[in-house]
Design a binder for this molecule. Structure first.
Ligand SMILES: C[S@@+](CC[C@H](N)C(=O)[O-])C[C@H]1O[C@@H](n2cnc3c(N)ncnc32)[C@H](O)[C@@H]1O
Length: 206
């Protein structure tokens, strides 16, 4: 699969990815990671975990990789990795690799799939997630895509119930999220904390 390093794109074989994962006790996958700040912060906080950020925007991932590849004393995280891919075409190497899948502030197609409760969400979870894994999504409640009403915790729960059940996940909570509970991602800081926009979080376990 295509990973992005500070020097640019690089191919990582399935066996190499497996070896990397095997060094750590669990794997976080952050889908639509943007500038990759959240998986880098998580990797720094939990150096026994592997953190993988996925995004189709290679230039953002390259900046992410530059920060992650710094020395740990200067903010780097050797246990963070960035994969260039979109949710619709994930590389086979990622199959059943996530112990925790996060999707923070998705937009465009991925947001439409979530709000519409599309069965592709179930397929995505079945593909990416390991047994006994966790799925967390945080949405900006005030920026619905065209054709959608502003979501509420109830509407997000109702939309995701069927695709999550199909992937053997059980929703454990869906609620408004206080700003001080926002995940440490860049969009949380920029779009929501700064302007006080309403956020919805949903968690599910398998
Ligand atoms: C609003 S940003 C959120 C970034 C990050 N999660 C955060 O909280 O800071 C949405 C991200 O989703 C990515 N994205 C858009 N379409 C995507 C897709 N089909 N699959 C995966 N990521 C996608 C964009 O490139 C962008 O980086």
């Amino acid at each position: 699969m295509e990973i992005v390093t500070r020097r640019g794109p690089k191919q990582l074989e399935a066996a190499e990815f497996g070896d990397l994962r095997a060094r750590y006790s669990s794997t976080l996958i952050d889908l639509g990671t943007g500038d990759g700040a959240w998986p880098r912060r998580f990797a720094r906080d939990f150096d026994n975990c592997f953190a993988v950020g996925i995004d189709p925007d290679r230039s953002a991932l390259r900046e992410a990789a530059k920060l992650a590849e710094r020395k740990p004393a200067r903010g780097g995280a050797p246990n963070a990795l960035y994969v260039a891919a979109s949710a619709e075409s994930l590389p086979p190497e990622l199959r059943e690799s996530a112990d925790w899948l996060t999707v923070y502030f998705p937009w465009s197609a991925l947001l439409r799939l979530i709000l519409g409760g599309d069965e592709q969400i179930g397929e995505l979870l079945r593909f990416l997630c390991r047994p006994r894994s966790r799925f967390s999504v945080v949405l900006n409640a005030e920026a619905p895509p065209d054709g959608f009403e502003p979501p509420t915790p109830k509407s997000v729960r109702e939309s995701l119930e069927a695709p999550l059940t199909a992937a053997a996940f059980r929703i454990t909570q869906a609620d408004w999220l206080d700003p001080d509970q926002a995940p440490p991602s860049t969009w949380a800081g920029r779009l929501v904390k700064g302007s006080g926009r309403a956020m919805i979080s949903l968690d599910a376990t398998r």
